[in-house]
Design a protein around this ligand. Structure first.
Ligand code: ZN
Length: 216
């Protein structure tokens, strides 16, 4: 697909945020268990003055529709369970997604276990998709970071990281739980979570206009 470079900024795996999706092994959990996926290509409308979250578009390579990025979001209940990719509600195709490095290795190693069932699982998954998008009103999706939403999201993320880093990771590495670390972790991840939430609020609320084609 070709995109007008004057109107859109194209993001692929070369962007640090998407590269992070590939190289951070922790995100294999999001991908394989939760079914959270990141499309291979996303666009930023450079000509719009709306907040970033409303200017992000995801193109479907099958029907070429430019979807509002919020089509697949927690607020619409469509952010997860996308194991086979992002379902395009316009044409029923599947928008190709990035694969996390660790997911790729795990999928390759376990392929003998699931490969034979892949087509059947995919068909069953596809069957359930249209209903998830039927009554979606994407344009009125609220910004989850607005008002005090960033605090809730930030603390939720901090809590997840706290549990993961303090209890789950040492367990897998065969290390003993340290109470000192468990206590210190509470303020550290609370502050970390709030900073994360605030950074996301700033990022998604960004209204900076890159360049308007009319003023060139
Ligand atoms: Zn499509």
């Amino acid at each position: 697909m070709h995109f007008d470079p004057d109107k859109y900024k194209v993001y692929t795996w070369k962007h640090w945020m998407l590269l992070h999706w590939i190289i951070n092994p922790g995100l294999a959990f999001n991908e394989l268990v939760l079914g959270q996926r990141v499309p291979r290509v996303s666009l930023l409308d450079k000509t719009s003055e709306k907040p970033l979250i409303e200017r992000t578009l995801i193109p479907c390579p099958h029907c070429e529709k430019l979807h509002d990025g919020r089509t697949w979001s927690t607020q619409n209940g469509t952010a997860f369970r996308n194991w086979f990719g992002l379902y395009c509600p316009a044409c029923g195709g599947i928008i190709p997604c990035l694969t996390n490095g660790l997911s790729f290795i795990l999928l390759a190693l376990t392929a003998p276990l699931w490969y034979a069932f892949r087509d059947r699982l995919k068909a069953r998954w596809l069957e359930k998709q249209p209903a998830r998008y039927r009554d979606l009103d994407v344009a009125s999706t609220p910004n989850p970071y607005e008002d005090l939403g960033w605090i809730r999201i930030g603390l939720g993320w901090g809590l997840f990281m706290y549990v993961f880093m303090t209890f789950i990771l040492p367990f897998f590495y065969g290390e003993d739980l340290s109470w000192k670390q468990a206590v210190i972790g509470v303020p550290v991840w609370a502050i970390g979570g709030l900073s994360f939430g605030y950074a996301m609020k700033r990022l998604f609320g960004k209204k900076e206009k890159v360049r308007s084609p009319n003023t060139e």
